[in-house]
Ligand binder design. Structure first.
Ligand code: NAI
Length: 717
């Protein structure tokens, strides 16, 4: 049999090791598809029956990657929880065959062994890993609202401890080879060149049930996990942590704990029953469907050039970064990290020094976490050079600016770059609010001007919003998108306008919170209502973070651009007169610095703010939690729909991703457009009209909502 004909081919070596090569034809990556069960059963039968075979090694036929997990698309076709449960049970049977094989099977892993891929490896009798950077193990199912369905949790717990299985199962984080070795998950870690040989030798060593070098649990683990009281402490704590982290919005983590708890108390079989049932429920749950939709959207965006034409991107190996502040340094970091050289410019040595230190500190942190060696750090830093003039810019095809948010300055900078840089170079602005078209007015080549809107902190926030004007060339847009992807970002492309897409949504959302405040609701009550709904921070905290001065500056611009709907509340001027800018000057809705410290742990409202607003310190909220949530969210969602109606967005998909990855819209709801689909456009329209009757123009529904309510159509299929 050869690999082309059969995704799981079997070849018997002279030393009696059968090499099972998994290689799905026509795919760059191996996944577990619906037919994997039959394939594995057939291959194991061959191994079992073949008289010359003494042991087996399971290996991937791909250049990179072992098995990346279950085929997520396949999950969409599962009709009911019962079908899913039956599928999982069949999976359990085949894994039991593998684990119970008389002839030892060793997984030889190079590249990613994730989800089902890791679970298959865990059911093997041993695991040998390549020491490549790309080699990672992990159970990321939780991130899709699922749990591992091939008993990987239990097998990981049996190999290591319940605590380790909880940790990896609940976070979905990666396990690198070194850690796997330390935990006893990997028997050996070797260079890729000798991976197969070592795995075969290891398999032969295990023939006849030779003992494995399993790590012995330490005393503390034994004390905690081998008695019911210790276990109940462990699981209680895990449940508390999960409740705090998920706010009860995500069902999968609780089920993961249930399965491990059942395993700890009653063993594998009892826990498998629970696992199969839980998988069935989760796979058909709305939360998992929404999380999977995000996965599909990001996968599609990876393949999207960002333009509808055939235009291709320029090859960018070096870029220039103007401004070494918070954003400039962050963008410099994500660039050099991915091998793009950066020429960093600021006004003086002190500013440059701060920028370089910012980059160096992030690298240090990664060295400390053992993600990088000191040599890696040095190599990356060598890609960063600094300047306080335009020297060295004649050779860069892309210049990104992150100087102060000041239109005149930005226009001046464009002209300077055109005079001193490479002719035809792309000029990208990281402005958070100025329309790119306004900046392009300072340019002789507006076709080369584009927005690249990153989010703070750049190395942590996953989104890049690329903004094109009517004049921006397709090839320029495609280049900005390609660079963003290389920097590790999920990239959406939007059309130019005030606030583009992401910044614009915050306007009416924060306005509404301020209106509610003016009606007498306590600041922390408003914030708590919104975080309970699923936002990472509340709107009042957000105003403090963004800056009250920034909000005050943008308010009238939005009003001018979008009309009465965006009327800012009068309260904002009072805050400005009171000298409040938010966190940046430690004077806003909350206390900061020494005043906060004096009050003890946690966040404390600065109660003097009420007097500044002409309000008395509120005792009770006149507006209910549910109403606060509905009003603020409807404003946010309605504005997203306006962006759709006006053609700011290329698709509802981009609108969902922008809101989730850029602004923290709750992922379990799948994004504002998917949420409208879930509630039904008519129902949403009815609620917006309800508030329009109460509050007037600021609840004017977006045209697309009215259309969908009429046609009965949805944004997504
Ligand atoms: P920052 O104040 O930390 O940094 C600005 C830097 O630009 C300073 O180091 C300053 O010395 C330098 N600079 C000023 N004029 C210059 C010139 N002519 N040539 C070279 N450097 C010059 O500001 P931050 O926060 O980094 O913001 C920069 C830009 O990014 C602004 O347009 C802002 O709106 C935008 N932005 C900011 C976000 C944030 O969360 N801070 C998020 C997204 C965008």
């Amino acid at each position: 049999m050869n690999a082309e004909a059969n995704p799981l081919s079997v070849e018997v070596r002279k030393d009696g090791v059968a090499v099972l090569t998994y290689d799905i034809p026509g795919e760059s990556m191996n996944t577990l598809r619906a037919d994997f069960i039959d394939l594995f059963v057939r291959a194991f039968e061959q191994v079992d029956k073949h008289p010359d075979v003494r042991a087996a090694v399971l290996v991937s036929g791909k250049k990179e990657g072992f098995i990346a997990g279950a085929d997520v698309k396949m999950l969409e076709s599962i009709a009911s929880p019962d079908d899913a449960r039956a599928m999982v049970q069949r999976g359990h049977d085949v894994m039991a065959k593998l684990a119970g094989s008389r002839k030892p099977v060793v997984a030889a892993i190079h590249g990613a062994a994730l989800g089902g891929g890791f679970e298959v490896a865990l059911a093997c009798h041993g695991r040998v890993l390549s020491n490549a950077k790309s080699t990672v193990l992990g159970l990321p199912e939780v991130q899709l609202g699922l749990l591992p369905g091939l008993s990987g949790l239990q097998r990981l717990a049996a190999l290591t401890s319940l605590q380790v299985a909880l940790d990896f199962g609940l976070t979905g984080k990666n396990m690198r080879p070194e850690k796997a070795k330390k935990l006893g998950v990997a028997d050996e870690v070797v260079p890729r060149e000798i991976l197969l040989e070592v795995a075969c030798k290891h398999a032969l060593k295990l023939v006849g049930g030779a003992s494995k070098s399993r790590r012995k649990p330490d005393l503390q683990t034994l004390a905690l996990e081998k008695n019911p009281i210790g276990r109940s402490v462990l699981f209680k704590k895990a449940r508390e942590t999960v409740a705090k982290k998920t706010g009860g919005h995500y069902p999968a983590p609780g089920k993961i704990i249930d399965v491990l708890e059942a395993f700890g108390a009653k063993g594998l079989e009892a826990s498998q029953e629970l696992e199969a049932r839980a998988f069935g429920e989760l796979v058909k749950s709305e939360v998992s469907a929404n999380l999977r939709s995000i996965f599909f959207a990001t996968t599609a965006l990876k393949k999207d050039s960002g333009v509808d034409s055939e235009a291709t991107s320029r090859d960018i190996q070096k870029l220039a970064m103007l401004g070494a502040g918070l954003m400039g340094a962050g963008i410099a970091y994500v660039s050099i990290d991915k091998g793009i050289a950066v020429r960093l410019k600021d006004r003086d040595g002190a500013s440059l020094g701060r920028g370089v230190k910012y980059v160096s500190d992030i690298l240090d942190e990664r060295v400390k976490k053992k993600q990088l060696t000191p040599r890696d750090k040095a190599q990356k830093l060598a890609l960063l050079s600094t300047t306080s003039d335009y020297s060295g810019m004649k050779t860069t095809d892309l210049i990104i600016e992150a100087v102060f948010e000041d239109l005149d300055l930005k226009k001046r900078v464009v002209a300077e770059v055109e005079a001193n840089g490479k002719p035809g170079a792309i000029f990208a602005s990281n402005t958070s609010s100025i329309p790119i078209g306004r900046i392009a007015e300072g340019s002789k080549h507006p076709e080369n001007v584009v927005g690249m809107h990153y989010f703070s902190p750049v190395h942590k926030m996953p989104l890049l919003e690329v903004i094109r004007t009517k004049e921006t060339a397709d090839e320029v847009v495609a280049t900005a998108v390609a660079v963003g992807k290389r920097q590790g970002k999920t990239v959406i492309v939007v059309n130019d306008g005030v606030g583009f897409y992401t910044s614009r949504l915050l306007g009416p959302y924060m306005n509404e919170a301020s209106y509610i405040l003016a009606e007498g609701a306590p600041i922390e009550f408003i914030d708590k209502a919104m975080t309970a709904w699923g936002w990472p921070v509340g709107p009042m905290t957000l105003v403090d973070e963004v800056g009250i001065d920034v909000a005050a500056h943008v308010g009238p611009i939005m009003l001018a651009a979008f009309g009465e709907r965006l009327t800012p509340p009068a309260t904002i001027d009072r805050l400005i007169s009171d000298g409040r800018k938010g966190r940046k000057n430690e004077k806003g809705f909350y206390l900061y610095g020494a005043a906060a410290k004096k009050k003890g742990k946690g966040k404390h409202v600065d109660e003097t703010v009420y007097a500044a607003l002409g309000l008395s310190v509120p005792k009770k909220s006149p507006v209910s939690t549910a109403e606060i949530q509905e009003r603020c969210n409807l404003q946010f969602i309605n504005e997203a729909l306006f962006c759709f109606s006006e053609g700011i967005l290329r698709s509802a998909r981009d609108g969902d991703i922008g809101a989730i990855f850029g602004l923290g819209f709750p992922p379990f709801l799948g994004g504002p457009f998917r949420y409208v689909d879930t509630l039904g456009p008519s129902a949403v329209l009815e609620r917006i009209r309800h508030y329009r009757d109460r509050f007037g123009a600021r609840f004017e529904p977006a045209p697309v909502l009215v259309e969908l309510a009429k046609s009965g159509k949805r944004f997504h299929g």
